[in-house]
Write a protein that binds this ligand. Structure first.
Ligand SMILES: [Zn+2]
Length: 186
């Protein structure tokens, strides 16, 4: 996406030969949790998080994680990893019986928490991004992190409105709109 601010992350590697991008994974994150300002997420994804800056940071600063995209509360779009590469966002995960979802997915983080409504700007940009990706890749589903790692992950949480995403996607008849899966029961 041309409109994404590029913030390159080293936390990625090559996708396996011949693995198509078939899945979009929606995440929720904020650092410190519940704080919607600052550059904590950018720092985490680029291995620059200062463990002394916040007590929570000390517990996660050593993680080597990333996502392809982050959509901030005001709709600003950041890209950390090129779509052709494998970002380290899903961890242990499975989708329709296939393990290791990082291999065949694109990770999209929304700045937020499980319980606080995501913003209209975030739904708009997410829908625009999902449509663009679906034009370029054989995207079959859009799911939440909690759908592919149930019992381990809860994001994007009950605050994420799947119906609203579906509505935002539906102006275009084609694309992933009708394929959005509601979060499964855990
Ligand atoms: Zn997540």
């Amino acid at each position: 996406m041309n409109l994404a601010l590029q913030v390159p992350s080293p936390n990625c590697d090559e996708r396996a030969e011949g693995s198509a991008i078939e899945l979009l994974v929606v995440h929720g994150i904020s650092l410190p949790p519940g704080v919607f300002e600052g550059d904590g997420v950018e720092r985490l994804f680029t291995n620059r998080l200062d463990p002394r800056a916040h007590p929570y940071y000390a517990t996660i600063a050593e993680l080597r994680v990333s996502s392809h995209f982050l959509i901030r509360r005001d709709g600003r779009l950041l890209q950390f990893v090129p779509c052709g590469k494998r970002a380290w966002h899903a961890g242990a995960s499975a989708w329709r019986g296939r393990r290791a979802c990082n291999d065949f997915s694109i990770g999209i983080e929304l700045e937020g928490t499980d319980d606080e409504p995501y913003t209209g700007a975030q739904y708009r940009i997410l829908a625009r991004l999902a449509r663009a990706l679906a034009r370029r890749y054989p995207v079959a589903d859009i799911v939440g992190h909690s759908d592919i790692a149930p019992g381990r992950k809860t994001d994007p949480g009950p605050a994420f409105d799947w119906t609203r995403l579906q509505r935002a996607l539906s102006p275009r008849a084609r694309g992933p709109a009708r394929r959005v899966r509601r979060p499964g029961k855990v």
